[in-house]
Design a protein around this ligand. Structure first.
Ligand SMILES: Cc1ncc(COP(=O)(O)O)c(C=O)c1O
Length: 384
């Protein structure tokens, strides 16, 4: 592993007090929630330390966040959002929820594409929006694609007010291409549906793929869409609480501006995010290279030790979607891995009923810990 990512020493990691490291007893290897095990980028530590040294711990000011995000997006993705359309949010889910509260009727439907990030289901339920599923289609090679007919039908429903697209997709790691984004935009336009695009995993796009920001496509829906991004996944700073919302047009910007007090992020998180977008590109490149290597490591480990598990490496992020249906462990294989193997994966059913028999493994760590996780999974299978 590259030195700037640290060693992922289990002894040091066990001292962490985050959700990943406190949820299970010490004999369980955690590989579930989307936190990475790497050392935080020096640029980010320096920014937070400098603020603490000044006693600069008050409420946030947007400061340089817009410029920092815009120049990151321009360099990485060739997209230059306008500065006056970029807003800070405490985290992506809160941004999504506030926008839905502001722009959609109570009890209306929001379309999502399961299997997909679990909180999409329950956070929207908390605000009395109904989940309308347009499941992705599983292809014969184990990969997935949009089911355009299912999406068209779901968006056509009169009770549907919005569509929440996960791009890149968690847990599948799909990086939607320009044609797919045009299809989505066209359907939202046709059915007059509010579009929200969650691009939180975009900074972790793998070398073979090209991430297309929704805001960069040539379509009228870009004016009417809200896009969400963050440094929280790419640089592993979810605990610092700051994300970015990008308003497509003036009207969207007005909604975000009006809700500013409901959308206050952490000041330290904002400073850390500026440091990440502006100065910590090399760290991000190193993480992407490590995850790229980890996908190959996982493929080989599964081939050798768990050949019954299906794995199609995603083109973004550090989450591996494992098809464990061949193992005979029922709908929740993660329960067996936890009970017998003492390794915690995310149960596939957290991502929708389509996840029955699947589990999600976090590979944002060292190859050694991935090997340990797969070894524990293999050891949890009944002998014979
Ligand atoms: C697709 C997706 N959206 C949102 C989030 C949560 O982000 P935040 O902590 O900024 O709400 C995650 C976290 O893993 C995620 O995978």
């Amino acid at each position: 592993m590259e030195a700037i990512l640290g060693t992922c020493s289990p002894v040091e990691l066990a001292k962490r007090k985050s959700f990943k490291w406190r949820t299970y007893p010490p004999d369980v290897l955690p590989a579930f929630v989307a936190e990475m095990d790497f050392t935080v980028a020096d640029e980010i530590s320096a920014a937070v330390r400098a603020a603490l040294a000044l006693g600069d711990t008050g409420y946030p000011h947007i400061g340089e966040l817009g410029e920092a995000f815009a120049s990151f997006a321009a360099q990485r993705f060739g997209w230059s959002p306008r500065n006056d359309r970029i807003f800070a949010v405490p985290d992506v889910m809160t941004g999504i929820v506030e926008v839905l509260l502001a722009t959609t009727p109570h009890d209306s439907g929001v379309v999502i594409n399961p299997p997909v990030y679990g909180p999409f289901f329950f956070r929207l339920g908390f605000i009395s929006r109904r989940i309308i599923e347009a499941p992705l289609r599983m292809l014969s090679d184990g990969s997935y694609d949009l089911d355009v007919d299912a999406l068209d039908q779901a968006l056509a429903r009169p009770d549907v007010s919005a569509y929440l697209l996960c791009s890149p997709h968690n847990p599948l790691g799909i990086v939607w291409n320009k044609d797919q984004l045009h299809t989505v935009a066209g359907l939202c336009e046709k059915h007059d549906v509010q579009l929200l695009v969650d691009e939180i995993h975009a900074p972790l796009t793998m070398p073979e793929a090209r991430f297309v920001p929704f805001g960069s496509i040539d379509h009228v829906m870009t004016e009417r869409a809200y896009v969400f991004s963050s440094a929280s996944k790419g640089w592993n700073i979810a605990g610092l609480k700051c994300g970015v919302a990008i308003a497509g047009g003036r009207q969207c910007a007005d909604v975000l501006a009006e809700r500013w007090e409901a959308l206050l992020c952490s000041h330290l998180g904002l400073l850390a995010s500026v440091a990440a977008f502006e100065r910590a590109g090399h760290w991000l490149d190193t993480v992407v290279a490590q995850i790229d290597q980890n996908r190959k490591v996982l493929t080989e480990l599964l081939h050798d030790q768990l050949p019954g598990v299906g794995y199609v490496p995603g083109s973004a992020t550090f989450l591996a979607w494992l098809d464990c249906r061949g193992l005979g462990l029922g709908d929740d294989p993660a329960a067996t891995f936890l009970d017998r193997g003492r390794v915690a994966l995310s149960p596939g059913v957290e991502f929708g009923e389509q996840g029955a028999g699947f589990a999600r493994l976090n590979i944002g760590t060292s190859p050694e810990l991935i090997a340990e996780a797969v070894g524990r999974m293999a050891a949890s299978l009944p002998a014979g």
